[in-house]
Design a protein. Structure first.
Lengths: 111, 110
């Protein structure tokens, strides 16, 4: 019954590694997003997809590559992880973006 | 670009009323949303104002003044469970992007 789900919930990895986070929504929404929330709780949009097409890329390093195999899924792959990538990453979806539905978040720790 | 400013922290007593303000600067404005986030949790949608005035949803109300580029979230009959961070947010970019405010951490004390 979970509306927006993400895996994994926690991710601890070494600098330089490559990792992926998966996101799925069962709400039938057309638009999906990735957000990064840093230690000061500042919530910043990274990417926005509409019907599998990239709409917004907010000056994110190209080490971050989103992929949307279908409109219910939006995955995030991160290459060559850096210490500064440590944060909580939230996936979200919406029909109209005045109401966004967030996943539970993935807490990424880079050592 | 978009920027939204909120007070960083607010403390209020259980049972009281608290107002969390948000001032914004945007290029193009559609409306103002509010989200609640408990520690360790995900943001959850509270309300949306597209037009000026007050919208009430139970103990929570949200106000918008487009001419003043200002809005607020009003929480009444505060409960301990209301302790959380509150974010205002504006959609932009043809509804494909949402910019969040800096967030206000509300602490409710007995």
């Amino acid at each position: 019954d979970t509306a927006v789900s993400q895996t994994p919930k926690y991710l601890v990895t070494q600098m330089g590694n490559d990792k992926s986070i998966k996101c799925e929504q069962n709400l039938g929404h057309d638009t999906m997003y990735w957000y990064k929330q840093d230690s000061k709780k500042f919530l910043k949009i990274m990417f926005s997809y509409n019907n599998k097409e990239l709409i917004i890329n907010e000056t994110v390093p190209n080490r971050f590559s989103p992929k949307s195999p279908d409109k219910a899924h939006l995955n995030l792959h991160i290459n060559s992880l850096e210490l500064g990538d440590s944060a909580v990453y939230f996936c979200a979806s919406s029909r109209e973006n005045n109401e966004q539905f967030f996943g539970p978040g993935t807490r990424l720790t880079v050592l | 670009g978009q920027s939204l400013e909120q007070p960083s922290e607010v403390t209020a007593v259980e049972g009281a009323i608290v107002q969390i303000n948000c001032t914004y600067q945007t290029s193009g404005f559609y409306g103002l949303s509010w989200y609640q986030q408990h520690d360790g949790g995900a943001p959850t949608f509270l309300s949306y104002n597209a037009l000026d005035g007050l919208e009430e949803t139970g103990r929570f109300s949200s106000f918008l003044s487009r001419s003043d580029s200002y809005g607020y979230l009003l929480l009444q009959e505060l409960q301990m469970k209301d302790s959380a961070s509150y974010f205002c947010a504006v959609p932009s970019g043809g509804y494909q992007k949402v910019t969040f405010g800096t967030g206000t951490k509300l602490q409710v004390i007995p």
